[in-house]
Design a protein around this ligand. Structure first.
Ligand SMILES: NC(=O)c1ccc[n+]([C@@H]2O[C@H](COP(=O)([O-])OP(=O)(O)OC[C@H]3O[C@@H](n4cnc5c(N)ncnc54)[C@H](OP(=O)(O)O)[C@@H]3O)[C@@H](O)[C@H]2O)c1
Length: 344
């Protein structure tokens, strides 16, 4: 049985990691949990209540796998130190190490071979991880020239505090709605830039000099790196993203337009997507069947559908829609799949 540690176990991703380890029957003893402080307990189904210890490098020394679900600053300070004392690998969920040349950025179904022998492995940004499940098989079958993504991202992307702010904000917002659909009274926001209930906010992470947000540039850089290109180089597909927060709780949705190298009939693309691991095709418009955050929530697979020829790019263009539980594919599930590959 392997010995596993989870740093950030009280957070949104950390809690999810425990559930995924259990559901995938990961061969490990009760995981050791770490947070910024002790005195907390996290409930787990299989192992019962687990105590959280204050993090220390000594505390994780000798474990087989350590999952990091704390901040980027934490990873910058400790990831290398932890990697030096674990037996197999550290899997980091933050963005801090993703573009480091010596750290593979892995979605196991796409580039899982990079896990073997790597001491430090980065888990991609949630939006990227969900999109790449559909983009990678299209890239392999038809090549990719251009990718344009528009996202509809859930509150959980901002962690446990983001989910709490949305849930706590709904009742006050409901009370502020007038008969004409306008709002009276002020709503407040701390985690998000603006109140999220009944709103969409085209602002996730910090604005950059080029007008994109950091979240949007992560999609560009990380998609290229996972597909095997220099994240900031000119080779490979051009990728642009507009990232928008919406008032859903867990699953992200993304409208994706691609221009391919080879002609890509929509029916042939659907065949390719049907054969791809980690994807469930939901594409029967006549039966109102398409991906939705409600149906993607809690599921390991990413849903893909609304696949159609794009009328701007013609026979080399496709439009599609994906939804994925971003706490799972965008974080905990992907991390556990990485650990499975690293240990195999
Ligand atoms: N939310 C997502 O969907 C998502 C997706 C992909 C990646 N990520 C990344 O995953 C990481 C965790 O995200 P989250 O959403 O789970 O955040 P979160 O809900 O805010 O949880 C943060 C966790 O980090 C712990 N922590 C903070 N400082 C620490 C320290 N010095 N030592 C040990 N533990 C410390 C906290 O423990 P205490 O309670 O003890 O303070 C808490 O358990 C972040 O880097 C985030 O960017 C998140």
């Amino acid at each position: 049985m392997h010995r596993v540690g989870v740093v950030g176990a009280t957070g949104a991703v950390g809690r999810e990691l425990l559930g995924v380890l259990e559901k995938r029957e990961f061969p490990c003893e009760a995981p050791l949990l770490f947070g910024s402080k002790g005195g907390q307990t996290v409930e787990s189904g299989k192992w019962g209540p687990l105590d959280v210890s204050p993090f220390s490098v000594e505390g994780v020394s000798g474990l087989d796998v350590v999952f990091l679900a704390a901040s980027g600053d934490f990873a910058k300070e400790y990831a290398d130190k932890i990697a030096a004392v674990v037996k197999t690998c550290v899997v980091d969920n933050s963005s801090a190490l993703r573009l480091r040349d010596d750290v593979p950025l892995v979605v196991p179904e796409v580039n899982g071979h990079l896990c073997k022998g790597a001491k430090l492995i980065a888990n991609p940004n949630c939006t990227t991880a969900i999109a790449i499940m559909a983009l990678a098989p299209i890239f392999a079958a038809f090549g990719l020239r251009k990718v344009v993504v528009s996202t509809y991202q859930a509150a959980s992307g901002a962690g446990a505090a983001g989910m709490r702010e949305l849930r706590d904000g709904i009742t006050p917002a409901l009370q502020n709605i007038k008969d004409d659909g306008c709002f009276e009274g002020a709503s407040t926001a701390e985690v998000f830039a603006h109140p999220l209930p009944f709103n969409v906010v085209p602002h996730i992470d910090k604005f950059q000099a080029n007008g994109y947000t950091k979240e949007e540039m992560k999609v560009t850089w990380e998609t290229k790196k996972i597909l095997g290109f220099d994240p900031k180089g000119d080779d490979g597909p051009k990728v642009s993203c507009t990232a928008v927060r919406i008032p859903t709780l867990r699953a992200h949705s993304e409208a994706i337009t691609v221009e391919t190298e080879k002609p890509c009939p929509a029916a042939a693309c659907l065949d390719v997507l049907s054969d791809a691991p980690g994807l469930t095709v939901k594409d029967d418009p006549g039966d109102n069947l398409y991906p939705m955050p409600l149906t993607a929530t809690g599921a390991f697979d990413v849903e893909v559908g609304r696949v159609r020829q794009n009328i701007v790019f013609g026979e080399n263009g496709l439009d599609l829609f994906v939804c994925g539980d971003q706490l799972l594919r965008g974080a905990a599930l992907n991390a556990v799949l990485i650990a499975e590959k690293a240990l195999s």
